[in-house]
Design a protein around this ligand. Sequence first.
Ligand code: GDG
Length: 475
Amino acid sequence: MAHRFVVAASRLPVDRVEGPDGAACWRPSPGGLVSALEPVMRESGGVWIGWSGDAGPAPGPFRANGLDLVGIGLSAQLVRDYYEGFCNATLWPLYHDVIAPPEFHRRWWEAYVTVNRSFARAAVEQAAPGATVWIHDYQLQLVPQFIREQRGDLRIGFFNHIPFPGYEIFAQLPWRRQVITGLLGADLLGFQRQDGAANFLRACRRAAGLTTRGSTVRVPPDGTLGARDVLAATFPISIDSAALEQIARRDSVRKRAADIRLALGEPDTVLLGIDRLDYTKGIPHRLSAYGELLREGRLGPRVVLVQVASPSRERVAAYRVLRDKVELAVSRINGEHAEVGSPPVHYLHQSHPREEMAALYLAADVMLVTSLRDGMNLVAKEYVACRYDETGALVLSEFTGSADELSGAFLVNPHDIEGLKDAIVRAATISPAEARRRMRLMRKRVCEHDVAHWARTFLGTLTRTPVGEAAEVAL
Ligand code: GDG
């Protein structure tokens, strides 16, 4: 099949579920990325290459939810070595400033190369002459090179959803040079923040001895990639703000938000945290600050924290350790401060439908985002999108990409527990006029710079990047 637009992302935009007759079928797993790329996929006859999330053979090319999809199969061994190992226990901690110690195993690296080759093979098979290929995230950093070596005619873009670390940290990676070469197969490399792009350019100079000029890396003619210029630039990702606001405005969702407050015992202040249960999100820091505030009585007696911690990467050791740590901290706070029927922390280790998430955002007076490192953090933007009545306050870590854009937030260094406590108190006691002023600022940004704007800007830049006879993607 020849497609003019090819997306390669670690996961397919669908989940395999069991149908009523017991047969496997596919259910859309709606996410920001698929809603951003769907219009381009439809207009340009695009295809999405990804892994289903289960060990086993590839499902083969199929259509689901109106999209052409190609599955990549991973054996149980590759799931362990590539996904749980190199992606989640090497690259993820390394790229998040070694909050957890990264592990380096040669077997995991070999699995990473193998899986990246499978993705590249599928992309080469699917791409029409001159097609545009957009590769996503740290799981697929070698795919640009593996495609480029076979197809000089394609226009290749890569977007890194997580931070790209400073060179002192990146330099620990035994395969740093191979990763740089892998990425340099692309014509355009997109990063969430300026420091990500700058860190990458520095890594090109230091790890690979290449020359950079401004935002451009010069790839020399002696390698397998041919002499080319590669552009590294910043494209902060966003959300489908209008669609989420529409959900938040539904009567059923507003009613559910009111019911949540009622179920919480109609407190004066509802604080909310929503995160994948991940050590990058700073959940223990948030709980420490909240526990101390309760002890000091600075938030008054009628306050609750709802902490949604959606299950994530449960087979990776560091995530099991974090879960125990968080659950111990929650029990300690509740043990010290609860009265019968009214715990000060409501902890939900569960995933929720989108409508319930919107209701939670509506029910919260203060949203807490305390990541220690986060490429963007979409939760912060989702909270803002839901607050169409311009109420509510956001406490936001300065170590998120969102902090560059959401100037109406109370910015915090989550390691500074005193500073974090002060910010929570200020956010919880904000005047309605001040809250409106801050929220209006943030809403303007999130509404104008939505995920469609992100995709348009990236693809617009990619199609203007000179490359042989490449075709234009319909935007
Ligand atoms: C990576 C980068 C970057 C969470 N729990 C539930 C649920 N979610 C949704 C949220 C939000 C998404 O998951 C999480 O996005 P984040 O941006 O907060 O974080 P990561 O998962 O770490 O994402 C990050 C992002 O990629 C995009 O480039 O911003 O920095 O780490 O949309 O709403 N959704 C539902 N139920 C849940 O229980 N429905």
